[in-house]
Design a protein. Structure first.
Length: 457
């Protein structure tokens, strides 16, 4: 007995076509017309668009940060993801200072174990590059981890110096591991923040003003240069602005192994959103900060022309009522991060596809197919073809929905997109052929999601 997703329009990164999808043992085994045979279980997808489940390669669930912990755990964060049509995410495991990478991964596995409802993997962030820690990089692929992350910002907590960046890039290259960088110049930002506070400039808007785009561009260019010298693959996370984009574009034109993502919020908001009356602007505090209208236009162009190949969320949720308020009197104490794991696909479909920036096929490429290929999940996730996991989102492209924190499913108490009206949302979501969401209801068990052993890059 097979499962047949019957009568829908299948959409891939390359095109769309009418087809049934046959699923056996959690994998797609055939595409074609009229595949159902007697005894098969049928999911009626007529009138629906069948997309690969979304892949969000940049999330922070249950992550300690700035004296608190992101408010979504692996259960609430993944339920929110699934409700929004996302079936796989890659989360950041942060090495505690003095810890081994192995011990850090054990902590993160412990957080996810028994909680997951979608599939997940880890990037490991190297924050304390001791010699024995560098030696561990070669063994990461055997643990299913084929990406590391380095912070060039957050001085005295997460930031690493150029010696560490160079050494890590070299070790990662040799191990078949992709290096991700948070590219902002943390040394200069630290000075700008201290000077602002000393002048009494403590409101949320100063978060953006003390992290100018030039410092993102400088760090982006520096990371690219170090990677290029080594011939190491490099992935720039959450690219937000025109000068950083220019560095990536130049490097790609030279043939450097550089790819980059941006995140949903950078298309929708600007630094002016931090300048609300009262303290409300803290909701929009993330790093790099939200930029200008002109940067939004440049990002739309860059996801269209391929300079940016992935759109992720940097979902890093802190409640407004009890967590963002830690920085009420001083913007440097506002936990950095915004939520978006549930809204990503709906708002990008609305603004990106309906807004005429890219096709539905390109939407699939940016949010599922490219992330899978970039992170060692090619042939397994992110596409609809025989042999792939049956991670599918059935979209009703006409269904209206108003985004509001009241009906969102995560633990955070606000949505950046509050009140935004979209037309088009996922109504049924499957992970490896198992229905996880149906008509807005969660119908899977806690713990059904699996850790992904990813391939070498
Ligand atoms: Zn992040």
């Amino acid at each position: 007995m097979s499962l047949i997703i019957s009568g829908g329009t299948v959409v891939t990164a390359d095109g769309r076509f009418q087809a049934d999808v046959r699923v056996d043992g959690g994998k797609i085994t055939a595409l074609g017309l009229d595949l159902a045979q007697s005894g098969d279980k049928i999911i009626d997808a007529s009138g629906k668009y069948v997309l690969p489940g979304g892949i969000d390669v940049h999330t922070h669930l249950s992550m300690p940060s700035m004296g608190t912990v992101t408010c979504d755990d692996y259960y609430t964060g993944q339920v929110a993801a699934a409700m929004g049509g996302t079936t796989t995410h890659l989360d950041f495991c942060i090495q505690p200072k003095g810890s081994s990478l192995r011990a850090a991964l054990d902590i993160w596995h412990g957080r996810a174990k028994g909680q997951a409802v979608i599939d997940y993997g880890f990037h490991v962030a190297v924050t304390d590059p001791l010699p024995e820690v560098l030696d561990e990089i070669a063994g990461l692929p055997d643990q299913g981890v084929t990406s590391i992350k380095l912070f060039l910002a957050y001085k005295d907590t997460l930031q690493v110096d150029d010696t560490a960046v160079f050494r890590c890039l070299e070790r990662a290259r040799d191990a078949g591991v992709l290096t991700l960088v948070h590219a902002e110049n943390g040394d200069a930002i630290e000075i700008l923040m201290a000077e602002a506070v000393a002048r009494g400039e403590t409101a949320p808007k100063y978060h953006a003003l003390t992290r100018p785009p030039e410092l993102e561009a400088e760090a982006t260019g520096r990371a690219i240069a170090l990677a290029e010298v080594l011939g190491a693959p490099l992935y720039i996370v959450h690219l937000s602005c025109r000068p950083a984009l220019a560095r990536v574009r130049e490097a790609q034109a030279r043939g450097a192994r550089v790819t980059a993502e941006t995140c949903t919020q950078y298309f929708f908001f600007t630094k002016d959103d931090l300048d609300c009356l009262g303290f409300e602007g803290a909701k929009w505090v993330c790093s790099p900060p939200l930029r200008e209208k002109e940067d939004q236009a440049a990002l739309w162009a860059a996801v269209g022309d391929g300079t940016l190949s992935v759109i992720s969320t940097d979902h890093c949720p802190f409640r407004f009522d009890t967590q963002k308020t830690l920085g009420r009197d001083n913007f440097t104490l506002i936990p950095n991060g915004v939520p978006g794991i549930e809204e990503r696909l709906m708002v990008l479909h609305q603004a990106g596809v309906r807004g005429g920036h890219f096709s539905l096929e390109r939407f699939v490429a940016l949010t599922a197919t490219n992330p899978a290929r970039s992170f060692g999940l090619g042939g397994v996730k992110g596409a609809i073809a025989p042999g792939y996991d049956a991670d599918l989102a059935l979209w009703d492209l006409e269904r209206p929905h108003t985004i509001t924190a009241k009906t969102n499913h995560g633990a955070v108490d606000y949505s950046l997109y509050e009140g935004m009206e979209v037309r088009g949302m996922p109504v049924t979501v499957l992970v490896r052929g198992q229905t996880v969401i149906d008509q807005g209801r969660l119908i899977t068990e806690r713990g059904s999601g699996q850790f992904l052993h990813r391939q070498r890059i």
